[in-house]
Structure formats: C-alpha cells, structure tokens
Ligand binder design. Structure first.
Ligand SMILES: NC(=O)c1ccc[n+]([C@@H]2O[C@H](COP(=O)([O-])OP(=O)(O)OC[C@H]3O[C@@H](n4cnc5c(N)ncnc54)[C@H](OP(=O)(O)O)[C@@H]3O)[C@@H](O)[C@H]2O)c1
Length: 383
C-alpha cells in the first residue's frame, strides 16, 4: 500500500479508501449486504494496509453502518481511520444532531469518529446547518474527542462549494465527486485546488463515476481512444491512476462490490504515485474524455439519493438502462429489458411529477423530463 499526506494534518492515509456504499448484496437488494463476502473483502483490504473506511447513515438502506461496526470488531477498528456522516436531510435541530450522532456511535460500536462529515452539502443543507448552529455542536464533539476531524462531502455548484469552503475556518477535509469525466462538474478541479491550497485533505468519491468508467464493454470510441496507448491498464486502473497522479488528492475512495475488485484496486494503489503519468498518458485521458463526452444522455451515477420514489418509479435503474442502451446503441435490447425486467408500476410513465427526486438529486438532473425521454426511447415511441 502507498500512503499519502492528508492536507495540513500530517497523517499518513492509504491511497485507497474503502467506500461502503456499494458492497456486495444478496438478491440484488441494497438492504441485504452479503456479509460473509463483504467482511472478507473489507478485512482483506485492511490486512493489506488500507486504513480509511467510509460509511454513512443512509448507505445500503441504513445497513452499512451497523455492518461496518461488526466488521471492525476483533481489533480492526484500531487499524483504520473511520469516517461517517451526519445525514443532513434529517437535521432540524441540535437535538437531531445529538440523537443521530449517538445512534451512529452505537451502530459503529465506537466511542469516536476519526473523520466526521456533514453529508452531501448543498446550498439548502448549508443554510439549514447555519440556522441550527451546527458548529457550536460540532466543536463540543471535537473538544470531547468524539469527533477527531471535521469535514464535509459536497454535491452542488462550484460557487456553493466556495461559499462552504470559506464559510468555516476549521475544516480539516472535504470529500468531492471527482474523476476524469467530472473535472468541470460540481466543485471540479477548481474546487479541488482551492481546498488543497487551504490545507484541507481531499477525499475523492465516485472515482469511476459509480463504475461507468470501468464499463466491461466500453463504447467503441472509448476503447479506441485507450487502445492507442502502450499501457496495458484496465479502464478502472486508468481512472484511478489519473487521480493518484495528482498531489492535491489524499485518499481515493472506491466502492468495491466484488473480491476481485478489492484485489485489483489494492494492486493498482500499490503502484500508484504522484507524477506517475507521463505526457502520453495524459494525452490518452484527453482522447478518452472526448470519446465519452456526450454519449450518455443522463449524468446519473446511481447514488440512489432520489429513492425511494413515492410512486415506485425505479429512477436509477431506468436511467442506467437508458444510458447504456444509448451509449452502446442497443435500443432493441434496452426495449426488451424495459419490458421484461421492470414491472408496469416501476416504469417511467408512473411518474406523477411530484418533484421530490429532483430536490434530492446530487447531480441536479431534471429527472421528470429525463424520465419522459427515457420512456419514449425504451418503448420505441421516439422511433
Ligand atoms: N458523501 C457523498 O455524498 C457520497 C456520494 C457518493 C459516494 N460516496 C462514497 O464514496 C465511495 C466511492 O464512490 P463510488 O462507490 O461511487 O465509487 P466508484 O469507484 O466510482 O464506483 C464503484 C463501482 O465501480 C466498480 N469498480 C470498482 N472497482 C473496480 C475495478 N477494479 N474494476 C472494475 N470495476 C470496478 C464497481 O461497479 P460494479 O458494482 O458495477 O461492478 C463498483 O460498484 C462510496 O462507496 C461512498 O463511500 C459518498
């Protein structure tokens, strides 16, 4: 394992962190973690030197935190920096902060969090946190040693990021969605550089854009763009090495869903390093960026923040199918899957335009309109 500096804190963190949001599950159900396999995966990574574990209240329909608590028994807790997050959307008062935090300590079987984040900050959550005086509460927790380092994860526009970054003097770190296709999205590269300049450790989330940058059958344009390089890296390795090449990044979190991915990503991390990409490599990434651009009609990363839809629409699954059908030019196969894999009451035409999903979407996708587009494409009504 390679270790990297963590902003001004001077800690040594592993280049690879374990994101506990996409663990292997049973029967395709997000709330049913495949515990024996997921335990073996997490412990293998820790045994090989990974020392940063990231979870959150909401992951796996609230089963991720208790699961991580169980995995970290038997001495594993002491080997890692443990990170979890305050579910910003549930906070209306200081009492809520206290209640949620206490439950998290219990779920994770610990007396402190090494890294504690205000989850998924955006303009609305930020305003709300200022109203409830979150920093008065957080500083009491810092003084008591129950929070060791305070930070935030972020999903909004760059301008909001700047406001939040500069809105509190004692941030230790932030967590950003960043990968070679998101250089200009959300906080983007500008935000990354500004956070690092202020001495914050920067944790990267969605390094493979939720797996899309490691597609098994990439569009021909993308495969072609990679094939011009001499490197024999997989697409996942390209995306991860591109991140580790950058000195401003401390930890790259990967949400691994199979043992093979853990083994591969540990290997990739062990040969990672700042400045390890040469000019040809950077030119390859530029070609690949161009090849991907514009192929996918909906920038959904399947984070599932929009779920559950009150009317049962399977929003991320529909967008995944729509995107992949368009990207791979497989409308026929997409139509079959839409007909066979979705029940009538899960399809996009069940949307009643209540808009709840749009207010929760970290990517600010106009979900209502995109569902109409997807339905037209996947039923052939657009033909
Ligand atoms: N705070 C927030 O607002 C927030 C939001 C999002 C994420 N996060 C955190 O950040 C973590 C990382 O984000 P992420 O899970 O989206 O990471 P990601 O690396 O972009 O996507 C993970 C997916 O990539 C695929 N993958 C991973 N390693 C691979 C490999 N070696 N080869 C091929 N495919 C590979 C897997 O897809 P398949 O399962 O399809 O095989 C996996 O589920 C999360 O787990 C979570 O802890 C936080």
């Amino acid at each position: 394992m390679k270790y990297r500096k963590f902003g001004k804190l001077g800690l040594n963190v592993s280049a690879l962190g374990f994101g506990c949001m996409r663990l292997p599950v049973v029967d395709g159900e997000s709330g049913k973690i495949d515990e024996p396999l997921a335990t073996a995966m997490l412990r293998k990574a820790i045994d090989q030197g990974l020392n940063y574990v990231d979870t959150a209240w909401s992951y796996h329909l609230e089963h991720s935190e208790p699961f991580v608590g169980r995995v970290l028994k038997d001495g594993y807790r002491e080997k890692v920096f443990l990170a979890t997050k305050m579910p910003s959307w549930l906070v209306k008062s200081q009492e809520d902060l206290e209640r949620l935090f206490t439950t998290q300590l219990e779920r994770l079987r610990t007396d402190h969090f090494d890294f504690y984040l205000l989850h998924a900050l955006n303009a609305g959550h930020w305003d709300n946190y200022l109203k409830v005086k979150v920093f008065d509460w957080a500083e009491r927790k810092l003084s008591a040693g129950q929070i060791r380092h305070l930070g935030f994860s972020f999903h909004d526009r760059y301008e909001v990021f700047k406001q939040i970054l500069n809105g509190y003097d004692n941030w230790d770190f932030c967590q950003l969605q960043y990968n070679y296709m998101d250089v200009n999205e959300q906080a983007g590269r500008r935000g990354l550089l500004e956070a690092a300049e202020k001495g914050l450790g920067v944790i990267v989330m969605e390094p493979l854009r939720g797996g899309k940058l490691a597609a098994q059958n990439p569009p021909v344009q993308v495969a072609e763009a990679f094939s011009q390089s001499q490197r024999d890296w997989t697409m996942a390795e390209w995306a991860l090495q591109w991140l580790w090449n950058q000195p401003e990044i401390s930890v790259v979190l990967s949400g691994m869903s199979a043992m093979e991915q853990v083994e591969q990503n540990l290997q990739f991390a062990s040969r990672s390093g700042i400045g390890s990409l040469n000019a040809d490599d950077l030119a390859t990434i530029s070609r690949v960026q161009q090849a991907w651009s514009g192929l996918a009609p909906v920038p959904c990363t399947s984070c599932e923040y929009c779920m559950p839809c009150p009317n049962g629409v399977q929003i991320p699954r529909i967008f995944k199918l729509y995107n992949e059908s368009v990207m791979y030019d497989r409308q026929g196969r997409g139509r079959n899957a839409y007909r066979n894999d979705f029940k009538d009451d899960q399809r996009a035409d069940m949307c009643v335009e209540c808009g709840q999903c749009e207010s929760l979407c970290p990517q600010n996708i106009p979900i209502i309109q995109r569902l109409k587009d997807a339905h037209a494409y996947l039923t052939g009504e657009n033909a």
